[in-house]
Design a binder for this molecule. Structure first.
Ligand code: GAP
Length: 519
């Protein structure tokens, strides 16, 4: 991670804590690794993201309905889904630093470093040759670049084959051959590579034997699969149709870092779209395009999203891609879109002995539907918004603002924790009473923040820091002509308008419905 991006992530983490967005879990006991609590502002932003997703998926698609399945599921669910046998990450320890790593990530990082070396060679050559530089030709003929590329290809191939054959000895050998050092101790004193199952387990009931072992769900999707027929029948759903769900998922991640990007307890927003076999690619392309549009409508910059198509598909998938976001750590997965064939439903049929089939009244046939899944991490959405929204700015002192510096969170107004602040200029002369009147007029439609302490400049700064898009200031003129000043967060521009037109002016600008209309 480059220094600037590392700094940005650090600043976002400390800002999120200072302003009540995210706290380390059980902080008074020094926290719990990769577990976080959302504070008073964080929970509002999170709820708004959920509403934006839920309304888009269920309200704007009349063939999609939602459910809320339990976190605990029958243990056989996880046998059928493949999680008991295969939801593993390869782990390795360094004997000197005593640090634990994901072996595949160590290899990927080493490959990343070789790729950086190629980029550097290309940069150097581009400077040397100037306008006449032919990047493609250089990359295809320069001996050093070719050597790095060959090493990369071999490493990728060995990684792929070790992972798919579940061959942990080959994985260890690859780490040895690539001469990978522990970033902390600097040594190559590694243990063997072992598979580590990421599911958390606990016991249900009072007898702690194996039969009572149950898991905390590692994805919400299985709650949808096992309810497929319940929803289809009771909702009289016709294929194609979708089932959406927002809920907690738990994974005992080996390397949990990068704040809320990789957590041990997190939330997913998932939708399974059930289609007729043979039509799944059409649905896959449809959802791939739709989900990107949903992200882009937030206005965080279209350049910050890209697709990453999976070349190595899981055995049950016939197409898969990620929507990656330009996080402070670089482009990383934000959402996954997977065409999962009939793998899950067929497997649940086999393990439960119950039919999970759809009766197609047009063709008079029964079949197991194919599934296209969209799965986005709520916490990763939160981080994507916060890291783009965070800005440090110098203020000239114009427009009635105090000069100096400010930190502003330019959160999309529809998702901001508070839509406006109501601020009496001074705490006397009847201004607080007038401000209360204004609050009463607006609080049914908008989440409003009231504050009468401190200078108005400091109060603006605090509202900027939590991303409140509008500040309504009540001053002495308000008492005479019922007008207020309204200040916009990003431009800091102020204008004087009648109290009665505040609602009309702001409503569309902070509305999730209006945001949804852009998609
Ligand atoms: N049902 C499919 C599934 O769970 P996944 O790619 O493992 O697929 C989907 O997860 C999304 O869940 C990811 O794109 C990511 O946004 C989020 N996610 C996965 N693991 C996470 C973790 N440890 N912490 C935070 N978010 C996570």
């Amino acid at each position: 991670m480059a220094n600037d991006s590392e700094n940005l992530l650090k600043k976002v983490i400390s800002h999120a804590k200072e302003y009540g967005f995210i706290f380390p879990s059980s902080e008074i006991y020094d926290g719990l690794s990769a577990v976080y609590d959302y504070g008073q502002n964080g929970v509002e932003l999170k709820n708004n993201i959920k509403e934006y997703w839920w309304k888009f998926m269920t309200q704007l698609h009349d063939n999609i309905v939602g459910i809320d399945a339990a976190i605990f599921m029958h243990p056989t669910t996880w046998k059928a889904s493949g999680h008991v046998d295969a939801f593993n990450d390869p782990m390795i320890d360094n004997k000197d630093s005593k640090k634990r790593y994901r072996a595949d990530v160590l290899v990927e990082d080493a490959i990343g470093k070789m790729e950086e070396k190629i980029e550097k060679e290309i940069e150097k050559a581009a400077k040397r040759f100037g306008d006449s530089f032919d990047k493609k030709m250089f990359a295809e003929t320069n001996p050093r670049v070719l050597e790095y590329q060959k090493k990369i290809d071999v490493a990728n191939e060995r990684l792929k084959s070790a992972m798919s054959a579940n061959d942990m000895a080959a994985m260890k050998q690859l780490i040895v051959d690539l001469e990978i050092n522990d970033p902390i101790s600097g040594t190559k004193n590694w243990t063997d590579v072992r598979q580590f199952n990421l599911m958390f387990s606990t016991e249900m009931g009072s007898v702690a034997d194996d039969a009572n072992k149950i898991y905390l769900r590692p994805e919400t999707a299985q709650g949808i699969f096992v309810n497929f027929l319940n929803v289809q029948k009771t909702g009289r759903m016709k294929i194609p149709f979708g089932i959406a769900q927002i809920g907690k998922a738990f994974r005992n991640e080996i390397v949990a870092r990068q704040f809320i990007f990789r957590m041990r307890e997190f939330e997913q927003m998932e939708m399974q779209y059930f289609v007729k076999p043979g039509t799944e690619m059409e649905a896959y392309d449809f959802w791939k395009a739709k989900r990107l549009k949903w992200h882009q409508a937030l206005g965080l910059g279209t350049e910050n999203y890209r697709y990453h198509d999976h070349l190595n598909l899981a055995h049950y998938a016939n197409a898969a891609c990620d929507i990656q976001f330009n996080f402070p750590m670089g482009f990383k997965e934000l959402e996954g879109i997977h065409s999962r064939t009939d793998f899950d439903l067929k497997s649940h049929e086999k393990f439960s002995g119950k039919k999970l089939q759809y009766f197609d009244s047009e063709s008079n046939t029964n079949y197991v539907p194919f599934v296209v899944e969209t799965s986005v991490g709520l916490d990763r959405m939160f981080l994507s918004i916060l890291s783009i929204a965070y800005k440090e700015e110098k203020i000239s002192g114009a427009d009635g603002e105090e000069g100096g510096e400010r930190v502003v969170l330019s959160i999309p107004p529809a998702l901001a924790p508070y839509k406006m602040a109501v601020l009496p200029l001074v705490k006397k002369d009847g201004l607080p009473e007038k401000a209360e009147e204004v609050m009463n007029l607006l609080k049914h439609d908008f989440r409003c923040y009231y504050e009468d302490k401190d200078t108005i400049g400091r109060r603006y700064r605090r509202m900027d820091a939590i991303g409140t898009p509008y500040c309504i200031t009540i001053d002495h003129q308000t008492l005479q002509d019922n007008t207020v000043t309204i200040r916009e967060r990003d431009t800091m521009k102020q204008e004087r308008i009648s109290i009665l037109s505040v609602k009309e002016k702001i409503q569309k600008l902070v509305s999730i419905t209006e945001l949804l209309k852009k998609i």
